[in-house]
Write a protein that binds this ligand. Structure first.
Ligand code: C2E
Ligand code: MG
Ligand code: MG
Length: 963
């Protein structure tokens, strides 16, 4: 685009115009100062050159010009200070002022040329040069300073240029040439063109300046904007960073939270799983099954059904349908009604107890509980129902059992009470209330002993015993006599048992009380019949023997010394026959009464048999008092008896044995008393005899004998004699009984009766027993070696051996040492030994039994409870005492022996008869089925060598018989 066109298109902006005006004013002011300087120069020149002719005009001009310049400067200054509102004011002012300056300059030049014309001297050229230089300077200055507006430049330039033509006058002498004019014209044209060019450059410059300014402003604005934007951007960037960091932090937190949540969810899940399993287990353990009935979709889900009920209802579509198949016919209506009521919303929940069929347990009781969990919001129809079913069979059974217990409790024919842990009554049954004559209100909450009178010290002591026993063992059982508040005493059998909780702490006591009043009465009656003689009302033989037994065995001893007194009526048989049966009985009654009346100090007076009476008297000081008492008995019979209007004179014989002088065993004492009685009878009756055994040893003799036995044991003076026992049926030797003998160096062979009783009282019996066992067993082995293999030897033992030694181990050792078979050895124990320590003896005997060692009950029939022993212990053999055997052939005695044999057979026991002395006895016993026979008839006890001979002879006999 060319400049002209650009100018056309480009209209100067207002502020550019103002800037140009402003600059033009500044430049013009400079031009004014220059023009003022020119004016002052002119003045100066005027003064120097020719003041007179020139000065007036010049001075006028000078003044006028100076004033013009000053006025112009003032206008200029005011315009600078306050820019004019009209845009054309400045160029107009500048044009006018420039024109005035041009005119004034032209005038000045004209003056100067006129002056030079009149003063053509040597200074002429110099002046001209000066003027031209001045003109040139002003022209150049106008070119530089006035070209903001072209016409302002022209306003000054044109008059000033024209004024130069006046200089032609000066050249009269030196006329202008064409060249001069041409130079003048060229100069003028050049400056006009230059002025135009400068003006245009300037105009362009201002446009550029303004544009620059605008651009600058724009630039500044843009920069500010950019800065603002930058600030905003960096703020936003920072914000973005912050947000990013925040986001990252949040992300991390979120991740952590997610992890946390995941772990929480997992743990909750695990917990839920555990809870679920626990619940299932609890359900299973508690016998609970759950069901979930989706009524809308006709589906039923169950858990634990097969385990608990043995069936499942999974494929059922309706809950009630399955019940038809399993439920008990009697319960079905109830269940259906309950279910329907709940489904219709009549009941808050469904609950039913009924029986279902179980494949193995038949009918079991179950409890069903359910509830609708979802209903149609509009129609209210049930959509879903859940519930549980529980096996309550055990509870039902427990309930029934409780009912039964309650009924037993109420109706029991025994008193039952329940106490708390402090022994206060909690519950009692009617029987108990009736028994203790109380009402429920009177005893519930009261202490067990409070309701009793317990007035005497014994009942208080008993209460204390019960209390102590309950505290220590939690149990009390025993017979007691309670004194009721009414003062009545009742015998009771009371059993109180502590009921313990899981920590083994007693929480309650249950007591069962049996009223023994009836039983006591009947026991009393029975015991009376058993122990009393109904004819005379005196204790009988059993009572009498039991009493002696208790005095002998109990510790501490109630009686340290006593006399066993046997009293027998002389010639009673004669009186009895005379008085007839009734009279005899009456006589016996009167005898009993007389004995009772005259012997108040007697411990007991008993009727043993027919006319046999007995008495026990305590010996307080010496035997004389016993004698006196017995004499009084004899004297009391001096008075006659009146029976059936008959007067009878009766005498008695008395035999006395003393404890402990004559013996320490009941049998011995009875025997000795009987012997003394027989002695009294033998010498004619109506007299008293005290047992006196010449052979009995004094204390000193006993001590001496004990020492001698010890010596005998160490000197091996004891040997075993063997008495054969033969088989009653085959007449072969069954074996022997080992009987100890003492080969005294001075007194010869001493029988066991003389040293065994003393040995029994000391530990010597153990040593003797061992010696006999050892000798016997080695003898059995010796016989076995000789070819007598089946020989069986019995050894006597006493209970002291069992108590004092270790008999079983001793026998084991000896059998082992000798090398015999245990069945080759038999043991004999006498009835009298068995009276004490029943359980210990029973245990030892059963140990022997286990070892295949047979046990024989020796001297059977001599004790006072022979039959009882048979039941108590397990014997294999019964040895009939020789006292029975010796009486075979006498009235009733045969029957006794026969009965013993029959009884032994019935009990599957072997029978040995000892003391067989006659062929009659032999035949009788064989005929009755006695298994083995022993006695002098067969052989006396003999030393081992003779026993061996006996065996050999018997073997020879046997062989001879066979041949
Ligand atoms: P026992 O056990 O009843 O022994 C049988 C006793 O009767 C033996 O007396 C025996 O000689 C005797 N006897 C056997 N047949 C007849 C007969 O036909 N007529 C008569 N009158 N008597 C006969 P022994 O040997 O004097 O023994 C007496 C008691 O001494 C034994 O009675 C037994 O209880 C005891 N005894 C013997 N040896 C021992 C022993 O080693 N230890 C123990 N603890 N007591 C023994
Ligand atoms: Mg014997
Ligand atoms: Mg015997």
């Amino acid at each position: 685009m060319d400049r002209r066109q650009r100018r056309r298109n480009f209209e100067l902006p207002q502020n550019a115009e103002q800037l140009k005006g402003y600059r033009a004013l500044y430049y013009y002011r400079a031009f004014q100062y220059l023009f003022l300087a020119f004016t002052l120069l002119i003045f100066t020149i005027n003064l120097i050159i020719n003041f007179d002719s020139f000065s007036v005009t010049t001075t006028l001009w000078g003044f006028l010009t100076t004033i013009t310049i000053l006025v112009s400067l003032l206008i200029n200054q005011s315009l600078l200070l306050e820019p004019p509102s009209k845009p054309r004011t400045v160029p107009t002012y500048l044009s006018i002022s420039a024109l005035l300056n041009g005119i004034l300059f032209a005038i000045c030049v004209t003056f100067i040329s006129n002056h030079l014309e009149f003063n053509a001297d040597h200074t002429h050229i110099e002046m001209l040069t000066l003027v031209l230089s001045t003109v040139l300077i002003l022209h150049v200055a106008s070119l530089v300073l006035l070209t903001h507006y072209y016409y302002v430049f022209l306003a000054f330039f044109v008059p000033s240029l024209i004024s130069l033509l006046s200089l032609n006058e000066i050249t009269i002498t030196q006329q202008f040439t064409v060249i001069d004019f041409a130079s003048f014209a060229l100069y003028g044209i050049c400056l006009v063109i230059l002025g135009l060019m400068v003006y245009r450059r300037r105009s362009d410059y201002y446009v550029l300046v303004v544009n620059n300014q605008r651009l600058d402003t724009d630039n500044t604005l843009k920069t500010t904007e950019i800065d603002l934007l930058n600030t905003e951007l960096s703020a936003e960037k920072q914000m973005a960073i912050n947000i990013r960091e925040e986001l990252e932090t949040n992300n991390v937190l979120l991740e952590q939270k997610v992890k946390q949540r995941t772990s929480d969810i997992e743990s909750i899940h695990a917990k839920l799983e555990r809870s679920h399993q626990n619940l299932e287990m609890a359900h299973e353990t508690a016998g609970i099954a759950s069901w979930d009935w989706d009524i809308a979709h006709r589906q039923i889900e169950t858990s634990n059904f097969p385990q608990i009920f043995g069936y499942n209802i999974k494929n059922m579509t309706h809950y009630l349908t399955h019940l038809n198949d399993f439920i008990h016919g009697e319960d079905i209506d109830h269940v259906k009604t309950q279910m329907r009521r709940h489904l219709r919303g009549l009941d808050e929940r469904y609950e039913a107890t009924f029986r279902v069929y179980h494949p193995t347990e038949r009918w079991i009781w179950v409890h069903d509980l359910g509830s609708v969990t979802q209903r149609d919001p509009v129609t209210k129809k049930p959509l879903r129902m859940v519930g549980i079913r529980r096996n309550i069979n055990n509870e039902k059974k427990a309930e029934e059992s409780l009912k039964l217990s309650a009924s037993v409790f109420k109706k029991a024919a025994q008193g039952i009470f329940v106490l708390d842990d402090k022994l206060n009554y909690v519950d009692v049954n009617p029987y108990y209330l009736n028994l203790i004559e109380s009402t429920e209100d009177q005893i519930i909450g009261r202490h067990v002993f409070d309701i009793l009178k317990s007035s005497n010290i014994d009942s208080q002591r008993l209460n204390l015993t019960i209390l102590r026993q309950l505290m220590s063992t939690g149990e009390f059982e025993g017979e007691i006599v309670e004194e009721l508040q009414s003062g009545r005493e009742i015998p009771l059998w009371m059993h109180i048992n502590g009921i313990r909780d899981n920590h083994d702490k007693i929480t309650q006591y249950i007591g069962i009380v049996t009223d023994l009043t009836e039983r006591k009465a009947s026991e009393k009656r029975l015991s009376y019949l058993e122990t009393y003689d109904t004819l005379t009302d005196l204790p009988n033989r059993t009572y009498f023997n039991n009493l002696i037994h208790s005095y002998l065995t109990e510790s501490p001893k109630l009686l340290n010394r006593f006399a066993v007194i046997r009293i027998n009526l002389d010639r009673f048989r004669y009186h009895n026959e005379y008085l007839s049966h009734h009279g005899g009985d009456e006589l016996l009654k009167k005898v009993a009464n007389r004995l009772r009346r005259n012997n108040p100090d007697a411990v007991v007076i008993a009727r043993l048999n027919a006319d046999d009476f007995a008495m026990i008297l305590e010996i307080k000081e010496d035997i004389e008092e016993i004698k006196d008492s017995c004499k009084k008995v004899l004297e009391s019979f001096e008075a006659p008896f009146h029976i059936q209007n008959k007067e009878l004179m009766l005498n008695v014989s008395i035999g006395v044995a003393l404890y402990p002088e004559h013996g320490r065993q009941m049998d011995s004492l009875n025997n000795y008393a009987e012997q003394a009685l027989l002695e009294a009878k033998r010498i004619g009756g109506n007299t008293l005899r005290i047992y006196h055994n010449e052979n009995r040893l004094s204390t000193a003799a006993r001590i001496n004998l004990e020492a001698e036995i010890r010596r005998a044991i160490t000197h091996q003076e004891l040997s075993v004699y063997y008495q054969p026992k033969i088989n009653a049926h085959s007449q072969t030797v069954h074996g022997f009984e080992a009987l100890v003998r003492w080969n005294h160096p001075e007194r010869g062979v001493i029988p066991p009766a003389q040293f065994i009783p003393l040995a029994e009282e000391t530990s010597l019996i153990t040593d003797i027993g061992r010696i006999v066992l050892e000798q016997t067993c080695s003898q059995i082995k010796a016989w076995e070696n000789m070819g007598f293999a089946d020989i069986c030897v019995s050894v006597n033992i006493v209970v002291q051996q069992i108590q004092r030694g270790h008999l079983v181990t001793e026998v084991d050792e000896i059998i082992k040492k000798s090398g015999i078979q245990s069945h080759q050895l038999e043991l004999e124990i006498t009835e009298t030994s068995l009276m004490e320590n029943i359980s210990e003896v029973r245990e030892v005997l059963s140990d022997f039994h286990k070892r295949n060692i047979k046990i024989a009950l020796d001297d059977f029939g001599t004790g006072y409870s022979s039959l009882a022993y048979l039941g108590m212990y397990s014997f294999d053999i019964i040895k009939i005492d020789r006292s029975f055997v010796s009486k075979i052939g006498q009235a009733n005695q045969d029957a006794i022996v026969r009965a013993i044999i029959a009884m032994a057979k019935a009990m599957d026991k072997q029978v040995v008869a000892e003391g067989v002395q006659t062929q009659a006895q032999y035949d009788f016993l064989t005929a009755e089925g006695c298994d083995f026979l022993q006695g002098f008839l067969i052989a006396k006890p003999m030393p081992s060598d003779l026993a061996t001979e006996f065996l050999e002879i018997k073997r020879l006999d046997q062989n001879a018989h066979r041949i």
